[in-house]
Design a binder for this molecule. Sequence first.
Ligand SMILES: [Zn+2]
Length: 308
Amino acid sequence: VSEFIYGIDIGGTTIKIGLFSKLGTLINKWEINTNTTNFGKNILNDIATFIKSNEVPLEKVIGYGFGVPGPVIDTTVLNCVNLGWNQVDIKKELSTVLQNENIFVANDANAAALGETKNGASKGFKDSVMITLGTGVGSGVIIDNKIITGSNGAAGELGHIKLIHDNGLPCGCGNNGCLETVASATGLKNITCHLLNDSKKISTLKCSKELNAKMIFDAANNMDELAITAIDRFTYYIATAIQIITVSVNPEIVVIGGGVSKAGEPLLNKIINHFKNIGFSSVKDTKIVLAKLGNDAGIYGAAGMVKV
Ligand SMILES: [Zn+2]
């Protein structure tokens, strides 16, 4: 009898591999390095080799779910700059070697959003949105317990809402003024540097290569006025994105995750306060909470896609 599920989160530096029970309980997890040389040609082989060398025999595996850092349609990744991939059909590449047709693939932010509904902050809610505030801004929309991908795999790409209309900074996507340029860890630094260059306010912060989100939060905690202003703008932009997504898909709950969310309740409360001011009346009470699963959200969500 098959009784195990693998949830695999392929990132640009490491691949997280989770072994789950049929009921979705995490049994064990591992990390292997992502070999991005030679256009990431070895990545799937490395995963298959690891799984075949594991003590669980292949015939005991119900199926495999994958999260990847790029847009996905069905089981095909359209492109993954971080991995060096162009189009890769993961199911086609792995079904023979893993002797399994039960293979599912999602964008990593979408997988993380699903993961939080399986065992994290949005557990028990069928309609949710997760926003991941890291180096960039990722997000996923879950409706009726399913990931919404859209026709080009770009549904829920909140990081690329055009929010700044005058003198927006260039975004990795090629446009200017995307949410990601002001609402990620880099975005907070951008806002702070802009304020430092623009105002005569005295601050303990300096715009330098070393400046990071944690330093800005720490300065705000020490009542640095400029840092407080920067975080106020930063959280306003995040609230604006929540304003847009709540009137687009009307989720029950919005989950805030990613490295920046380590700033915790003070960050969350500022986002909620801004949202209360700008949210549309009938969605003003949408719950906004911090993510719970941290880096494991991706493997939970990947495993959660597998049909049992
Ligand atoms: Zn963009």
